[in-house]
Write a new protein. Sequence first.
Length: 105
Amino acid sequence: MLRWLKAHCDAILATLPAQRLLALDALRGLTITAMILVNNPGSWSHVYGPLRHAEWHGWTVTDLIFPFLLLLSACRCNSACASSAVRLKAVRPTASLFAMQQYAA
């Protein structure tokens, strides 16, 4: 009954590069799903308590979703930029954007 699903998953996994981290992709997908759920809870008058952001002091699980996404993105960028040549190419635009932001502030 589930043979077609296993065959479909095996076909997808066969096309992915060997160094791809599937757990990282799954966590990133779950994080995006959580972001959508937090930003669109259905009715704003009946929101489940933990899906609300903290008023000012403190935090809820909702407040940790975006930082978790940034952490996962940094993990992926770190593994993608393994060579120093790629890192050097990324440093110049990053430094120029940072300098422009400092100049504008």
